[in-house]
Design a binder for this molecule. Structure first.
Ligand code: ADP
Ligand code: MG
Length: 282
């Protein structure tokens, strides 16, 4: 299958400050891709380049085989974007905000109700935006980004500042949209979000991709201890190695029905990133 997003040797410089350094990434159709990195790493800059808002100093990027510089109009038809700079009209209602977008994208306005229902905002359909809570605004921005059923959805920190319940519902919407054939490009510094949602992630540090792959595979790759911790029903806690002798010991513990819980030592994404970057993702 062709790649839906192709990023080839993208570099970007603001003034004399280089913020992206020869970034290469391929993202397949229907994939949820997560771009992770500390703030200032260059995530938003890359989204701006991919969505035609900014021209990269060097390199090429394609969406659905279309050059993001030379095919802007066709790109706009194919993408949905949710970034916090994308403002809503404060004095217009949820419905009116979406109606403006429906007109721009020539979408049947009957879809507005459907999409508001999908994000749980049907009851607020006539509420003016300035009266919405942060979580409701975020859901409205999400609704706006998916109104025209885009091929690719760009989400820049979609759950930043949200409570766990609203974050969970946004995660749910992301998965539903993917199942409806949309490719997702997500920027986040929330590791748990990335581990739960993403098929692949790229770790961006100071403008460079320093690690790429499936989040669980990345964690396994950095499992240097390769041990298991077993908590026995008898109360003991054992740390056992992944070698022949200890594997036999683990089997015996199971045979004796003495295993209360067992954990492998593989790190979570957060500790992998701290190891790679020397700091956490704040
Ligand atoms: N318009 C701009 N002009 C100059 N510098 C910018 C501009 N936008 C972003 N930067 C700088 O580029 C770097 C990367 O920013 P950004 O892409 O927003 O990172 P992230 O989204 O990962 O936090 C930061 O050091 C930021 O200060
Ligand atoms: Mg950003």
């Amino acid at each position: 299958m062709d790649n839906m997003i192709q990023i080839k040797d993208i570099s970007h410089t603001y003034g004399d400050k280089q913020v992206l350094k020869e970034v290469n990434l391929d993202i397949k159709s229907n994939e949820i891709f997560g771009l992770l990195g500390p703030s200032g790493a260059g995530k938003t800059t890359l989204i701006k380049i991919l969505t035609g808002q900014l021209q990269a100093t060097k390199g090429k990027s394609y969406i659905d085989q279309l050059d993001t510089i030379y095919s802007k109009k066709k790109i706009y038809e194919r993408i949905g974007v949710m970034m916090d700079i994308a403002g809503l009209y404060e004095r217009l209602s949820c419905y009116e905000n979406l109606l403006l977008y429906a007109q721009i994208h020539k979408v049947n306005k009957l879809l507005i109700n459907e999409v508001l229902k999908k994000v749980g905002l049907l009851e607020a359909i006539n509420t003016v935006v300035c009266k919405l809570s942060t979580g409701m605004r975020q859901r409205l921005l999400f609704a706006r980004a998916i109104l025209h059923s885009p091929l690719v959805l760009f989400l820049d920190e979609p759950t930043r500042g949200l409570d766990p319940v609203t974050s969970d519902s946004i995660h749910q919407f992301i998965k539903e949209i993917r199942d409806e054939d949309t490719t997702i490009f997500l920027c986040t510094h929330n590791m748990e979000e990335a581990t739960k949602l993403c098929d692949n992630i790229g770790l961006l540090q100071e403008g460079k991709i320093i690690e790429y792959g499936n989040p669980k595979e990345i964690c396994r790759k950095y499992n240097e201890e390769d041990t298991f911790t077993v908590i026995c029903k008898s109360g003991e806690q054992l740390t056992l190695k992944n070698n022949e002798t200890d594997r036999e010991n683990i089997i015996q513990l199971f045979r004796d029905n003495n295993v209360m819980s067992i954990h492998s030592s593989e790190p979570n994404l957060e500790s992998v990133f701290i190891k790679l970057t020397g700091k956490g993702l704040v």
